[in-house]
Every structure is written in C-alpha cells, then in structure tokens.
Design a protein. Structure first.
Length: 134
C-alpha cells in the first residue's frame, strides 16, 4: 500500500535506509546492550530484503519494454552474479585486513555497509528526480 502512495522507487530507497539503520545498530551492539539490541537488529536485518525483491522487480518491469525483458533479465542475472562474486572477494579482503588490526575492528565493516546504503538512498532518489524530468 505504501508503494501506491509514494512509488516503488521511494519504497526501495526506504529499504536502503533500513539497511543503513540496521548496519548502524549492529555497529553499536556490545556486551552491555546485546540482550536488547540483538533481537531488534536481527528482525530489522531481514525486513528490507522483501522490499528489494518486489521493488526492484516493479521498477524493472516499468522501465524495460516488454519485448526486451527476456534479454534484460538474463543479462541482469549474469551481472548480479558477477557483482556478487566481486563483492564477496572485496568483503573477504576487508575482513582479513581488519582482523590483522584487531578483532574489535570487524564491527567497522557495518559502518562501511551503512555508508554504502546511504549512498544507495541518494542515488535512488536522484535517479527518480532525473526520470521525472526526462
């Protein structure tokens, strides 16, 4: 229902915002607040992914002509696979480099993720404005 009011692009931006919020929450979890914050962070972690699944599909369907959808979704799937592999390798390298510094430095991975999600929110909202003016 929210998508009918504000559109799929903005709903997807809200999903990115939730991921950033959740990453920030994971960053501040420690032994003193873990009993309260861990269940909240665990629940919030899965929520945005349902938004992304439906939101991206709706935006893709709206943006791609019906005659080109088959090839579009095939190429998109291939690119998603490649980007996933590269992101996994980059994340592994980041985690290994942080482990060398200290085990507690690993929580900074969440800050990197939060910054990436904030960037995604900005790009999504800017692209929405660009599409409206085109």
């Amino acid at each position: 229902r929210l998508s009918q009011k504000i559109g799929w692009v903005r709903v997807t931006a809200v999903g990115f915002g939730l991921v950033a919020l959740t990453a920030g929450l994971w960053f501040v979890i420690n032994e003193g607040n873990m009993a309260v914050l861990f269940p909240i962070a665990a629940m919030l972690t899965v929520m945005p992914h349902t938004v992304f699944d439906v939101g991206f599909l709706q935006m893709d369907i709206a943006a791609v002509p019906q005659t080109e959808r088959s090839i579009y979704f095939s190429v998109k799937s291939l690119l998603n696979w490649g980007v996933s592999i590269l992101a996994t390798l980059a994340s592994t390298a980041l985690i290994h480099s942080l482990e060398v510094i200290s085990a507690s430095a690993l929580k900074y991975v969440f800050l990197v993720g939060a910054a990436g999600m904030v960037l995604c929110v900005l790009v999504t909202l800017l692209s929405e404005k660009r599409l409206k003016t085109a």
